[in-house]
Design a protein. Structure first.
Lengths: 141, 141
DNA sequence: TTTACTGCAAAGCATTTGCAGGGCG
DNA sequence: CGCCCTGCAAATGCTTTGCAGTAAA
């Protein structure tokens, strides 16, 4: 199934184009299931399996990136965004972070490991303020 | 179910202690399913549901960290390790990286967001050398 | 015509949940 | 004695796969 990859990006299927267009217009990370629904809203209906297959191709092509959540759900977005996160282990809330100190490292790794790096993810885990307060007062979630 | 959290770490259940002991002795990241098998090998049998429930508690307590893979499987380890990864989008191979330039940022975020940060994950995605070669010669996987 | 893409439905898999029994304080 | 922990099995939810029809070159 990995026919479209970073070495064979001559053409994309119609489905891939639609999904890529959607991701670009949204400019945020979204799940495959939500992509399916969103396309339906835009009258660009597409089977769920096709959504997954297209995302896989775009991912391998290096234009789409993925962040997999703790519940097994994956969020897809275009790679141009450099958004990292601060995630609460208790309630799952996820705050975006603007800072990113790892670009230099990325370049070094590219050289050192001969890895063709498309993107990176950086995520911090802990307990958010409201969950801290909730627990301080004895309640939860 | 979140009774044991970072504010109520007075005691751990027997299951939690066993799992924590296992993780410490292994000193590497391992899946819940494999923890289940490994405990069985050590004649410390435990239901799979209990493995998950205990991991959840240890995670909330801040002594165990998680890294969720693209296939939805999660790898658990004790937090003392500062291991990050370089992962191939094609074959899934995951190389550990020693460098970590984000400790300063972690501390800043702790202050700025009043988040109680336990740990962070940093992962680079791309195509590994062998997959690059495989594709260059026209084959795959 | 030939090949690859697509949709649907079924299957796969890690994880979660319901519930009854058992252990510990 | 009571509450929490535990185990089993069923359920859940996201993702993948099989297969036949369809669109494109």
């Amino acid at each position: 199934m990995a026919r479209q990859n970073y070495l064979m990006k001559t053409q994309r299927t119609r489905s891939q184009e639609r999904i890529l267009g959607l991701l670009k217009s949204l400019n945020r990370a979204i799940s495959a299931q939500d992509i399916y629904i969103e396309l339906r809203n835009r009258s660009e209906n597409m089977g769920l399996a096709t959504v997954y297959r297209s995302l896989e191709a775009l991912k391998l092509e290096g234009v789409v990136q993925v962040r997999t959540l703790g519940n097994g759900e994956s969020l897809y977005s275009t790679v141009q965004q450099d958004r990292h996160h601060l995630t609460c282990l208790q309630c799952g809330a996820s705050l975006p972070i603007d800072q990113c100190p790892v670009h230099d490292l990325e370049h070094q790794l590219n050289q050192a490991y001969k890895f063709k790096i498309f993107y990176h993810t950086l995520e911090f885990f802990g307990i958010c303020t409201s969950c801290q307060l909730a627990h301080a007062s004895g309640t939860e979630g």
